[in-house]
Design a protein around this ligand. Structure first.
Ligand code: 5GP
Length: 126
């Protein structure tokens, strides 16, 4: 089934400049900004500027340039936020929720970058 993109989702509004954001990094094809309800000292959302619902949508339809830009933007954000373990940081977790079981609230692809404190194991038992 093809992915249907909702132009009224909150990140589309951020990309249009209708809603303010605390930008961490902007590149040709990507934007990174602070999560409004931070769950760790570092909580940044990295999104592609293109209209992609989730990671699979992006992987299927994004151009090589968009994919390279987005991938490198994630690494750059971690460096900027001081959590890149290869550069003296204590590490980070990258999460991308897709669909109902993962409780994806905003239907525009985003990767959460979390860090700045010990994060524990990835999942609690349900
Ligand atoms: P999801 O559950 O879809 O993976 O995560 C969506 C994230 O977007 C949540 O962590 C939530 O706090 C964040 N968020 C929702 N609305 C806004 C907003 O208007 N601005 C910012 N910066 N983050 C938002």
């Amino acid at each position: 089934m093809p992915y249907a993109y909702d132009d009224e989702n909150i990140f589309a509004k951020i990309l249009r400049g209708d809603i303010p954001n605390k930008t961490v990094l902007e590149t040709e094809h990507s934007l990174a900004f602070e999560d409004i309800y931070a769950q760790a000292p570092v909580h940044v959302l990295v999104i592609p500027k293109g209209k992609y619902v989730c990671y699979d949508h992006f992987a299927l339809e994004a151009s090589d340039a968009e994919i390279v830009d987005f991938t490198r933007a994630i690494g750059e954000v971690c460096r900027k936020m001081g959590v890149q373990p290869g550069e003296g940081g204590n590490g980070f977790r990258a999460i991308s929720n897709a669909g109902e079981d993962a409780v994806q609230e905003v239907p525009h692809l985003h990767v959460h970058i979390l860090g700045g404190r010990p994060l524990g194991r990835m999942l609690q038992k349900a």
